[in-house]
Design a protein around this ligand. Structure first.
Ligand code: XIL
Length: 387
């Protein structure tokens, strides 16, 4: 065999070896959901009603993702705007859409201090709702919502953001639910959810609980909470780390991997549930209004390599831990992101820009997922062989 034909043979072997993992950006095999499926990892996104009606957004929502989270549509404020008056439109649409497109659903969220209906918070504040009535209302809320979607929700965020940001961290005594009903309400919420749907994975969900704070303070508190619940036979099946990162703070993916692995050691599943990586962006005015709308001139979000790197780091942490069953981004495009409305002057947090072009953050996830299916082995029996 002359050199040319040897090279050709080697090239065809290599092409074969690579075919399982190569990313061809033009085919359906290169979608995030397809690449994740190679290792059984579901890739998800938070979804708004617009994502299910706008044709371009709808296409991305169904093509790229295999698990959907309603960004707001299952929160109490939305599903029961007036007491006894329910609106399940958004939640129903999402669950139906997901099923039609072979996607699963993460239910979000049952017990949280935010986005509660005003009839509830005002009733508590003015004393017309007593603590024992509040407890009954929460029980009823969990039972009604979880039963409605019984068998159709893969993971439920039963309890959301109950820990303090202090070091050490603890269950927040000033949390709306804890301050009125005591810490035992966490266990009760999980039990009530289990009674309403025996098969959904029931999760505790929070931010900075997988090492993002550097100190591991919140991780320690979340771990203690999970251990404590499990010791009482409370049905907690998973821990969700939100994964909202900000480039102005540090991030150590090795610590995240270790922390996810430690949760997994409790025999619970883990998930990255609300991933995004925000940073300060070019602004249009003195109010620091970020350029984030589709009608703005294309923003000069020079591809920030650190954002792609941190997305990759979180995905790698999840991929490394077998119990990490889903990796969900909190919306996929910068025009819809919650970041500019919440963090002054910040944006550029998502996978697609405001014109729905995939950013380096997107290709970084593709590349990492592709590689996770296995790099081709380079050595033959003779260590010096190339094939
Ligand atoms: C945010 C939504 O993205 C916004 O649209 C809404 O106005 C406020 O809530 N942690 C959570 C999510 O668990 O529910 C929050 O979602 C973001 C922080």
């Amino acid at each position: 065999m002359n050199f040319c034909s040897m090279a050709a043979a080697a090239a065809s072997v290599l092409a074969l070896a690579n075919s399982a993992t190569a990313v061809d950006a033009s085919t359906s095999a290169s979608t995030l959901r397809a690449l994740g499926a190679q290792v059984g990892l579901r890739i998800g996104t938070a979804v708004t009603p617009l994502d299910l009606s706008d044709p371009t957004l709808l296409q991305i929502t169904s093509d790229q993702f295999s698990v959907l989270t309603p960004e707001n549509e299952m929160k109490w404020q939305v599903v029961e705007p007036q007491q006894g008056n329910f609106d399940w439109t958004g939640a129903d649409n999402l669950v139906n859409f997901a099923e039609e497109h072979g996607e699963r659903v993460r239910g979000h969220t049952l017990v949280w201090h935010n986005q509660l209906p005003s009839w509830l918070t005002q009733g508590v504040a003015n004393g017309t709702i007593s603590n024992s009535q509040l407890r009954d209302l929460l029980h009823q809320h969990i039972t009604t919502e979880v039963s409605r979607y019984r068998g159709r929700i893969w993971q439920w965020d039963v309890v959301n953001e109950m820990l303090t940001d202090s070091n050490p961290s603890q269950v927040n005594p000033n949390d709306f639910w804890i301050s009125h009903l005591g810490p035992g309400i966490i266990a009760d919420a999980f039990r009530w959810a289990r009674a309403a749907d025996p098969h959904a994975l029931l999760c505790y969900n929070d931010y900075n609980i997988a090492g993002e704070d550097g100190s591991n303070a919140k991780f320690n508190a979340a771990l203690a909470m999970a251990q404590n619940l499990l010791a009482q036979n409370v049905p907690i099946d998973c821990v969700g780390d939100q994964g909202h990162l900000d480039l102005q703070f540090g991030f150590n993916p090795i610590l995240m991997t270790q922390d996810l692995q430690t949760y997994a050691g409790l025999r619970v599943k883990v998930a990255l549930t609300e991933v995004d990586v925000r940073t300060f962006v070019e602004t249009t005015d003195s109010n620091q209004t970020p350029i984030v709308s589709r009608t703005d001139p294309t923003p000069n979000h020079t591809a920030n390599p650190a954002a792609a790197d941190w997305y990759t780091g979180m995905l790698q942490s999840c991929l490394t831990v077998k119990a990490c069953v889903s990796f969900t981004v909190w919306g996929f495009d910068d025009a819809e992101s919650w970041v500019p409305g919440t963090f002054k002057g910040e944006g550029d947090a998502d996978l697609y820009d405001v014109n729905l072009n995939p950013k380096p953050q997107f290709t970084a996830l593709q590349q990492t997922l592709s590689l996770s299916a296995g790099a081709p082995h380079r050595r033959g029996p003779n260590d010096n062989d190339d094939d």
